[in-house]
Design a binder for this molecule. Sequence first.
Ligand code: PEP
Ligand code: MG
Length: 761
Amino acid sequence: MTRSSHGPRLLLRRLREVMAEQETAQEKLDRIVRLIAANMVAEVCSLYVAVGDDVLELFATEGLKPQAVHHVRLALGEGLVGLIAATAEPLSLAEAQAHPAFHYLPETGEEAYQSFLGVPILRGGAVTGVLVVQNRQPRFYTEEEREALEVIAMVLAEFLASPEVLALREELGRLRVRSHHLVGEGLVGGLIIGRAVLHEPRGIVHPLEAADPRVERDRLHEALGQLRAQLEGFTRHPLLASGAQGDILRALSMFATDKGWVARMEDYIRLGLTAEAAVARVQADNRARMLRQTDPYLRARLHDLDDISWRLLRILQRAGGEDPRANANVELPERAVLFARGMGPAELLDYDHRRIAALVLEEGARHAHVTLVARALNIALVADLPGATDMVENGDSVVVDGDRGEVFIRPDAELLQSVRGRIALRESAQRRHARLRDKPAITRDGVHIELLINAGLPADLEHLDELGADGIGLFRTEMDFLMRRRLPGRGAQEEHYRAVLKVARGRPVIFRTLDIGADKVPLFMNTMREPNPAMGWRAIRLGLDRPGLLKLQLRALLAAAGGAELNVMFPMIADLGELRAARRLLDEQRALFQRMGRPLPKVLNVGVMLEVPSLLWQMPALLCEVDFISIGTNDLMQFIFAADRANPHTSRRYDPLHPAMLRLLRDIRNATRKRQQLPVSVCGDMAADPLQAMVLLGLGFTRLSMPPAGIGPVKAMIRSLPLAGLRDQLQRWLTDDLPGEALREQALQFARAHGVDIATA
Ligand code: PEP
Ligand code: MG
């Protein structure tokens, strides 16, 4: 066998043409193997596809007996083909039959062929098939021939994952059925049966073939230069250069100059791939090694190399004018389940999100922005699942249970049936809740409860009417900033707030001033690395230190609410001095408006978010200085229990129904009663769960603000609740000298005994 003088470049083009033709997938596969055999001057070319749990099947052949197609099957590790699949390494043999793994299959007629060259077909680190060429005469295949076959395998990997080949496999009953059950952190509830879509489709880089290898080589080196500069910049950064973080960055920098790595990419470019495709090709080899590596240290190093490849790929794609964030044109199936390593909120919004039913993330994302966006868009979310993107293929059937934090990849029929049953139950609960839309939120003993929503994105506002909520108890103004690539000017902000007030149609809206910092850093702000970001330079602290930003926002709010009611709430107030300083800024802006003769809000209420414990011991003065208070239980809990809300190891460690938390809330409620008629609401996520909301009512709160999904279930709870009885019970529970345990069991028993509807749906 001699390599065609055109190298694989011409063949790649021909393969593409075949793939694009109007033929069945099987006809195309048959033509593909014929083409490869002819181009590589081989007597045999066979394509084996991974079809089930560790089984490969002959899908097409030129040279072996045609009747063996779809009949010959090999287990992982069985024969030379099985060995390639098991090791994910190519195999080149002059005398195949002398190899100990050789396994004679009479139905193929392959005994006539002596030499053998086989390469794995890799996708995302998984072996999805094996491509083999064979020759009658004993001979050694050159390194170049092996590389050429690997490049062809790369193109085939993409074709094997295409909808037409998937359809063929489905028709043959040969879809890969290996299922996975993963347990991570459920961050947005919901139960979904959908189809997987990879956010960063692996191996899918376009175009694959290049016209001029010299141009591609230059592009690669240009990108490598940028990559090195990026990493060097990081390693020089005073906050990043020290400790473990610094070690990792230095290791990454070393990889970026690794001669072997660069040489391998250059080899693939020489063989006709674009710079992007060459990077992806080497990355695929590396990922295959990574998945097989059991030594944690080496595995971590391979992960570093994988990260470096991603960075390089992104640099190349950006230079090519392709915006890797532009997902708007990605064709999504109905009920798409997006899989990603990590994702920013803007990336999620780039998609046609009406088709996205669930999001699965490898990284932890509790209270990350993307979680807030997913919640607003009603997209179920499970995070903290390392390796999830390696286990799934585009188009796989997937079940996502956002309540339990579970993900099933390629679930079996039995599981699907039971999930369908649960979905039907949930839908009937949702219909029940929807019917309550126009019914008042009144307890069985006649106490009216105000139900408001937490909002921040335009999508949230749609829920206001749909749910029949009483207003917006927390409008997170920072969300708009987080979605933008540039700082919005006063005009843009004003327009945004005006639109919110318009949708509210006279119902109260509490605008919280910017709560940026910690995990909420807009794209246009320099990321400040802080050792303890949740307790760091965020919210009002940042606003007072950079008054220009806060003043701009206050002006936008005053202008938007001209002639109407404006409720402004300051976040993270820890010291009354901060409230006074913020209020001064607001008064100054108001005075300015007055001097300019601009219309002012008809009513201006100023409130605080009670979320830092120090405020609890400043209550008497606080009560005299505010028009309303809203308790942010998310932050309050993290500070009371010293448990980072963004860290999966600590965020669920303490129960909101812990007596410490409940006594604290009771004391706040009692303290605020000193100023009669002062509106006091609870606006943390705690209020969205019917059982927890029930306890809040028992503590005396009558105004709850929550993520929109909570309104229906909480209203159903309220309408079935005998409140007076619960209040008495709670008083007793909280005065008794209870052990430290949460009151969840007692609350559940109360609900059951009194027929309180606490279904979450
Ligand atoms: C809170 O802290 O409880 C809250 C509602 O605000 P955020 O979640 O935006 O910090
Ligand atoms: Mg908060």
